[in-house]
Design a protein around this ligand. Structure first.
Ligand code: MG
Ligand code: MG
Length: 255
C-alpha cells in the first residue's frame, strides 16, 4: 500500500526532514582526521534530542540483520557502501565518508544521506561523489506526478552507468511517511515507463549509491550490517526525502 499524504502531513515531514539535515550538517562539521565515528554519532544524537526527535535507526532490526542497529547514524567509510556502524574507527586524511541519518518528529519520518571527504580528497573520490550527487538530482527531477517509479530508477541508473560505476541491485530507495521504510521500493536502476504511477502526495526516499570499481559485487561485513564492495573500491551515497507535488518535487530534507 502506498500512502498518499495530505499537504499538512508533508509539512509535518518537512519538520522531521529539517532535523535530519541539521544532524547531517553537524556530523559533517565534526568530521576531521583523528575524530572517531562514534563521536559523529554523539553529535547527531544531540541534534535529534534537542529537536525533540527520535531516531528510526536506533534499535532498527530489519529481516536481514541479526542484531538491532546501535546508533542514530550510519557511517560508511571508503569501501563501505551503506549501513556502517559508527564505532571507534578514527577518520584519517582522505577518507570518503557517507553519513545516513533519520529522524521522527510528531510521528513523521525523514531520511537523508551525504558523502564527503575528510581532509584532502582524492580526485577520483571527488568525481565519484559528484556523479552520485548528480544521480540523486536526476532521480529527484523525475519524481513528478504522472511519471513512474521506473523513470526515477532509470534517471539514477543512467547517470551511474554512463560514468562506469557499479550500482547495487539489492539496496535502494523507498516510500517514507509514518514509518521510515514504506512501499514502494525505489530501485537505483530500471526501465523508464515501468512501475507504479507517481501521484501528488507520495513521499519517497531517493538514494543512489555508486561503486567506483564498476562492478555490482558487495558483501555484508562480520558486524552483520556494513555493506562493503567486494573489490575494495570506494562507494558514495546521497539521499533525500522527496514529496511528489503538482508544483514539482519537494525536497523535505533540504538544509
Ligand atoms: Mg537513509
Ligand atoms: Mg533511506
Amino acid at each position: 500500500m502506498v500512502e498518499i499524504k495530505t499537504d499538512a502531513s508533508l509539512d509535518a515531514m518537512r519538520v522531521a526532514g529539517r532535523v535530519v539535515a541539521d544532524a547531517l550538517a553537524a556530523a559533517r562539521a565534526a568530521a576531521a582526521p583523528g575524530v572517531r565515528l562514534c563521536e559523529l554519532d554523539e553529535v547527531a544524537r544531540t541534534v535529534l534530542r534537542e529537536a525533540g526527535a527520535t531516531s528510526p535507526f536506533l534499535g532498527y532490526r530489519p529481516s536481514f540483520a541479526s542484531t538491532p542497529f546501535p546508533a542514530v547514524i550510519c557511517a560508511s567509510v571508503n569501501d563501505a557502501i551503506v549501513h556502517g556502524i559508527p564505532d571507534g574507527y578514527r577518520l584519517s586524511d582522505g577518507d570518503l565518508v557517507s553519513i545516513d541519518c533519520g529522524a521522527v518528529v510528531e510521528g513523521w519520518a525523514g531520511d537523508a544521506a551525504v558523502s564527503f571527504c575528510v581532509g584532502t580528497a582524492r580526485p577520483e573520490d571527488v568525481r565519484l561523489m559528484d556523479v552520485t550527487r548528480r544521480a540523486l538530482e536526476a532521480g529527484i527531477a523525475a519524481a513528478v506526478p504522472g511519471a513512474r517509479i521506473g523513470d526515477i530508477s532509470h534517471a539514477i541508473g543512467s547517470v551511474g552507468r554512463a560514468a562506469g560505476y557499479g550500482i547495487p541491485e539489492d539496496f535502494g530507495g523507498h516510500g517514507i511517511g509514518r514509518r521510515m521504510h514504506e512501499d514502494p521500493p525505489v530501485p537505483n536502476d530500471g526501465r523508464p515507463g515501468r512501475g507504479l504511477v507517481l501521484r501528488q502526495g507520495m513521499a519517497l526516499a531517493i538514494e543512489p549509491m555508486l561503486l567506483a570499481g564498476g562492478r555490482n559485487a558487495y558483501y555484508v561485513a562480520e558486524d552483520g550490517w556494513t555493506l562493503r564492495t567486494s573489490d575494495g573500491s570506494r562507494a558514495a551515497h546521497f539521499e533525500h526525502t522527496v514529496a511528489i507535488t503538482e508544483d514539482g518535487p519537494r525536497v523535505l530534507t533540504m538544509p
